[in-house]
Design a protein around this ligand. Structure first.
Ligand code: AR6
Length: 201
């Protein structure tokens, strides 16, 4: 994607955001899956990691991905960190997936929830948007997301679900090579919430 087409995608995105929530069309729903389980086990082209801005690993899903994927992932994270000083909240970077079945890990940094007045919603939207943009740039067709920010970063689960599904749906409305987006829920509350939200919209 060149800068001009990226700007035009962002432009369209803004218009859609102003209109608020969308009804999810069945052609989009067909490309979205919700499963319960461990994201490190998924066979897709790319799995997304809920990282922190140091890119050096941590607990939760980040810890699980680095543990299962091995040292190669951390080595590439360190290279990125040395080059650009980590990853800001809402942004995303891509590395190998090491020993995992996926080809890539896309590391994105979700916002820490601190009451909702610190742009947390917009930053979480950016995590999904930037991860998908990076996926397309790397010719990824099948991608899976964890429930970014809903663990250690304490983002309210119902709001995070709405943001994740709406942002992914908006992205899939445009012409894209992405054929499948899998939301991998680890806990029952997220899993039930995702199924309910998709069922209602
Ligand atoms: N597969 C799928 N989802 C998982 C897994 C797994 N193996 N393990 C946990 N989850 P969290 P955050 C879910 O805390 O809130 C790290 O230390 C979990 O149930 O992993 O974005 C980073 O280094 C929750 O719903 O990420 C950062 O410092 C979701 O993944 C910080 O945590 C996200 O929970 C990021 O916090």
């Amino acid at each position: 994607l060149n800068n001009k087409s990226l700007r035009s995608i962002r432009g369209k995105d803004k218009i859609r955001r102003e209109k608020g929530n969308i009804m999810i069309k069945s052609s989009i729903k067909d490309r979205i899956k919700v499963v319960k389980g461990d994201i490190t086990k998924l066979e897709v082209d790319a799995i997304v990691n809920a990282a922190n801005s140091s890119l050096l690993g941590g607990g939760g899903v980040d810890g699980a991905i680095h543990k299962a994927g091995g040292k190669e992932i951390l080595d590439e994270c360190i290279k990125i960190r040395n080059k650009q000083g980590g990853c800001s909240t809402g942004e995303a970077v891509v590395t190998t997936a090491g020993k995992l079945k996926a080809k890539y890990v896309i590391h994105t940094v979700g916002p820490v929830w601190s009451g909702g007045q610190k742009n947390e919603k917009e930053l979480l939207e950016k995590c999904y948007y930037n991860s998908l943009r990076l996926a397309v740039e790397n010719k990824v067709e099948r991608i899976s997301f964890p429930n970014i920010s809903t663990g250690i970063y304490r983002f309210p689960k119902d709001l995070a679900t709405e943001i994740a599904i709406n942002e992914v749906s908006k992205f899939l409305q445009d012409d894209t090579i992405i054929t499948e987006v899998v939301f991998v829920c680890f806990d029952d509350e997220n899993y039930r919430g995702y199924l309910e939200y998709i069922g209602k919209n």
